[in-house]
Design a protein around this ligand. Structure first.
Ligand code: HH2
Length: 287
């Protein structure tokens, strides 16, 4: 399985680690941590040196209740950071945005991937056209509604089956608009219009998302369903993130989106070793 992202072809023979860099004042975990382009670029270099394979740059929070910002404001936040980041790292940069104008401005600068958390809901054909014309990688995430409404939309009979059919519909739409299927990655959207129980059910049945013919991204990092108590702040949820990410890798995830790189990389590599260990016949023979 490969992922085409502009000039590059990523083979996905091993799980890729996508490092999160939010240059927002209000993201639920790292909001306000990188107030200047220099600080953001420093973190980008650090993540690359720790083993991130991709950087995902976001300028608008998608947490429940977040205030939307305009495309102009999003571009004003992103471009100075993107300039610095692209001059300092060699790994591909993804832009976490649902707005085609924002994606376009960043692709012009040299970003390689569009991470559309709205699964083409916000920009529709404009976003698909942009992906087709530039050959950019396109992550299509599942959600219902938007950050203001999504918490009331977590109503499913069978969450996995419904998310699968909505993701297939989105991918088919993208293909009908000319996007090469090899550009597409699917993501079930942990925490986006899902209750805590539904998030765990999606993890437990994650292989059902991985049987659709596309690489699948898992983004569980520090999300509230992983909190062991109401008091546990997001930055203290990295061990739970490692456990949940390892579970997703065992069930077939090809890309893991995380805030903390080093520990996560160890968890992911261990899960891969378990997954790739061939079962010897002797295991089945009782002594
Ligand atoms: N989760 C968040 C944002 N973007 N993109 C994908 N593909 N998958 C995800 O699960 C996902 C995402 C939310 O996390 P974060 O970026 O840390 O927070 P915020 O939206 O508050 O900036």
């Amino acid at each position: 399985m490969v992922w085409k992202i502009r000039g590059r072809v990523l083979t996905l023979e091993r799980t890729l680690i996508m490092g999160i860099l939010n240059i927002t004042p209000d993201s639920f975990s790292d909001g306000g941590d990188y107030p200047t382009p220099e600080k953001a670029a420093f973190r980008a270099v650090e993540m690359e040196s720790q083993g991130a394979d991709i950087l995902d740059l976001g300028a608008e929070s998608t947490r429940p209740g977040a205030e939307p910002i305009s495309a102009d404001a999003e571009i004003r936040r992103l471009l100075p950071v993107l300039d610095q980041v692209l001059s300092k790292v060699s790994i591909p940069v993804s832009i976490d945005t649902a707005k085609a104008e924002v994606a376009e401005a960043c692709l012009k600068k040299g970003a390689a991937i569009i991470n559309d958390v709205s699964g083409l809901e916000v920009s529709g054909r404009k976003m698909a056209d942009l992906a087709r014309e530039t050959g950019a990688g396109l992550v299509l995430m599942h959600r219902r509604g938007n950050p203001k409404t999504m918490q009331s939309l977590a109503i499913y009979g069978d969450v996995v089956k419904e998310v699968v059919s909505e993701l297939i519909r989105t991918a088919e739409q993208a293909k009908s608009w000319g996007v090469d299927p090899a550009q597409i990655v699917l993501d079930p959207g942990f925490g986006f219009a899902k209750t805590s129980e539904q998030n765990f059910e999606m993890l437990e049945r994650f292989e059902e998302f991985c049987n659709l013919g596309y690489p699948v991204l898992a983004g569980v990092s520090r999300k509230s369903f992983l909190a062991l108590s109401a008091e546990q702040i997001p930055k203290n949820r990295d061990s739970a993130t490692a456990a949940a990410s390892a579970a997703a890798v065992l069930k077939g995830a090809k890309i893991i989106r995380v805030h903390e790189i080093s520990g996560l990389k160890e968890a992911v590599r261990t899960a891969e070793k378990i997954k790739n260990t061939a079962r010897g016949e002797e295991q089945h023979v009782r002594a």
